[in-house]
Structures are given as C-alpha cells and as structure tokens.
Design a protein around this ligand. Structure first.
Ligand SMILES: Nc1ncnc2c1ncn2[C@@H]1O[C@H](COP(=O)(O)OP(=O)(O)OP(=O)(O)O)[C@@H](O)[C@H]1O
Ligand SMILES: [Mg+2]
Length: 310
C-alpha cells in the first residue's frame, strides 16, 4: 500500500561519536503503521526507540534502509513529510518565555492555520489537557507534569495525520495520563495515526492497537497485547502465598515464577479449578488475576537477553 502512514524497511543507524566506539543503534528495523492505528514501541533503555522515531520524523538520517510517510521518503521528501506529522520529543520542554496558550497558538499559526482555527484548536487542546488554570503563566513557572502536558497539548492541537509521541506521559499523574489516552483515542477516531513509545505497560495495553518490542536495535516481536501475552504460556496468573513447598506440583500446570515463599503460576483458564483445588487441599489461599503485558514483556525481552548471553 503506497500511502501507508508509515512504512519502514530494514532501517539501520550507526552513530559514530567523536569519542568512543561506534554504536549500532538500529540493526534492520522494519515496520508499518496503518491508517487510524495507535501503535506503541516498547523496549529497554537504549533499545533504539527514540532513534527510530527521530528518523521517521525527518530529524535524523538513517545509515541505510527506507522510511516512507504517506508514500514520501523521509530523507528525499522531508518537506512533503513535515506538514503531515507532529512530534512530542523525548525530554522536550515548552519554550520557557511563552505561556501554554501562546505556545500552542504560535505553533499552530506557524503550521499555517488561520487565526480562528489556531485559536479554536488551541483552546480545545488546552482544555483537554486540563491546562486552563495555568494557560497564562510563563512555562518556566509550571510544574514538570504541567510542562509535559503543554508539550502534548501543542501536538494534539495540530490534529496532524501522523503523530509521533516519545514517552508522552512521562511525569504525569494518573488523571493526566488518562486525559492523554482519551485525547489520543479521539484523534485516531478523527482519522489521525499514532506511533508512541512508553515504559508504562499499562498505558501500552490501554492505548495501543498493536505493539512492537524492540531490543538492541531489532524488532523482537510484533502483535497485539493479547498475542504477546500468549507468549508467556497462559492468560491467568495464580498466586499462592506460602506455596513454595508445592513448586514441583505447581510446575505441572504452567510456568512458575518464584517470589520468596510465594509462587506465581501462569495457567490456562481450563486448568484453574484443578490448581485451586490443590491449594484448598493444602489449606493455602490462592488469588487469580490476568497475566499483564508487563509479565509478557519481561518474559520476551528476558529470553532474548539470555539467548544473547549464552
Ligand atoms: N547522538 C547519539 N550519539 C551516539 N549514540 C547515541 C546517540 N543517541 C543515541 N545513542 C545510542 O543509541 C542507542 C539507542 O538510543 P535511543 O535513544 O534510540 O534508545 P531508546 O530506546 O529511546 O532508550 P530510552 O528508553 O532510554 O529512551 C543507545 O545505545 C544510545 O546510547
Ligand atoms: Mg528514548
């Protein structure tokens, strides 16, 4: 499909710093993001997420490979790509000498919006990020989370066809994070497409239609939260406090994760009654919960680290 919002093929990036060895930050990343999707890039610190986002957002040239945004090459046709995208950079800060209201308005005007449109869109984004109370204070006086909300407001106000958000909710309180999730859902409903990174796996689960896990500059797995969870070998986690002495028996039900004297077992729903029966017979309590995306992530990335090590 030539007009995919984002299409990346075999992207490599080697950093050659003045001091120290060269760094292979991306080792052949391929991915696609379809229209109206919200896709999350997950991965440990240094995995290559920001590097990929910068390349896709025309801010950094790849060493090799191809990245197209709506059919335009991000290197050769950056001028055609930029009007289609908006970026929340990692650790970006609003301009300290402007208020949130001025920053959002000025940015929208610089993207060519009329006064009326810039005003209306800006006010809506400030309200969505609950910045009304601080909208006329200089950015330098805002709290960390308020600054971050200003950055997100500036970008969601654009309603750009493709949004890149690098750890957009970092430092935000739980209410503010949910405000961002809702705004991003609204944007995709209106036709925008979103690629974001996050270390909050509950956020990835709440927000992303699809996930890519990146490790050492490579895509380790791609899929929905549900398919990634299948990687851990079941969909339920049974926790048995004081269950350590039953470890061998519990192992026959699925993967066992010891945690002091407590044992967690990842099981399929079909075997739940059986395992709970054993706990009751042994006069132990057991609690049941869903497997989380965090567990799947630890499993998938952990396995890759082990493979690499040995
Ligand atoms: N300008 C640069 N010069 C040299 N090396 C760099 C540069 N930027 C990033 N790197 C290195 O490239 C690798 C990937 O970094 P990147 O910032 O893409 O990771 P990340 O997945 O975004 O990590 P985090 O979760 O910590 O933000 C790291 O090893 C990093 O040290
Ligand atoms: Mg990063």
């Amino acid at each position: 499909m030539p007009n995919e919002p984002l299409l990346a093929e075999d992207v490599r990036k080697v950093y050659a710093p003045r001091r120290g060895p060269r760094i292979d930050a991306l080792n052949g990343v391929s991915m696609s993001v379809h229209r109206g999707e919200r896709v999350a890039l997950l991965g440990r610190n240094g995995a290559g997420k920001t590097t990929f986002l910068k390349i896709a957002a025309t801010l950094l040239a790849p060493t090799s490979g191809r990245v197209e945004v709506f059919g335009h090459d991000v290197g050769r046709a950056a001028d055609l790509v930029r009007p289609e995208i908006a970026v929340v950079p990692q650790e970006g800060k609003p301009f300290f000498h402007l208020t949130p209201r001025e920053q959002v308005y000025t940015y929208l005007r610089s993207r060519g919006m009329s006064r009326e449109v810039a005003h209306d869109r800006g006010e809506r984004a400030l309200a969505a990020m609950e910045l009304a109370e601080v909208a006329d204070r200089l950015a330098i006086t805002l709290s960390g989370g308020q600054k971050q909300r200003t950055m997100v407001a500036t970008v969601i106000a654009t309603g750009a066809p493709l949004l890149f958000l690098d750890e957009p909710t970092i430092g935000m309180d739980p209410f503010a994070r949910r405000g961002v999730w809702q705004s991003l859902r609204d944007l995709t409903r209106e036709g925008s497409t979103i690629l974001l990174t996050t270390h909050y796996l509950d956020e990835a689960e709440a927000l992303a239609d699809r996930l890519y896990i990146v490790e050492r500059g490579r895509v380790l797995v791609e899929g929905t939260a549900a398919t990634l969870k299948q990687e851990v070998g079941g969909t339920l986690r049974v926790t048995v406090p004081q269950g350590a002495r039953l470890t061998e028996t519990l192992r026959t039900f699925g993967r066992v994760v010891p945690d002091g004297d407590t044992v967690h077992v990842i099981v399929d729903p079909g075997r739940l009654t059986e395992i709970l029966g054993i706990a009751v017979r042994e006069r132990l309590t057991a609690t049941v919960g869903p497997v989380t995306l965090e567990e799947a992530f630890l499993r998938v990335v952990g396995r890759s680290i082990d493979d690499e090590a040995g």
